[in-house]
Ligand binder design. Structure first.
Ligand SMILES: [Zn+2]
Length: 67
């Protein structure tokens, strides 16, 4: 029996990047951690550029999705 998990999903383009990155996780913190790693690695952002404001923007664009 396949068990469906209610996962959270965030797409980078939701906050204005022309980018196909999608973060998936069970909690907002997991998504934020993935986004921070992605932003520093792929968008050349510095950790200090990931502000509370940007995190808030990310959180408001996290959607629930069924896998
Ligand atoms: Zn991106």
């Amino acid at each position: 029996m396949a068990e469906k998990l209610n996962m959270l999903k965030f797409q980078c383009r939701s906050v204005g990047f022309d980018c196909d990155f999608t973060a998936k996780g069970k909690t907002e913190d997991e998504i934020l951690a993935q986004c921070a790693a992605h932003a520093t690695k792929d968008h050349n952002m510095k950790p200090e550029e990931i502000t509370e404001e940007l995190k808030g923007k990310i959180k408001s664009n996290i959607h629930k999705s069924w896998f």
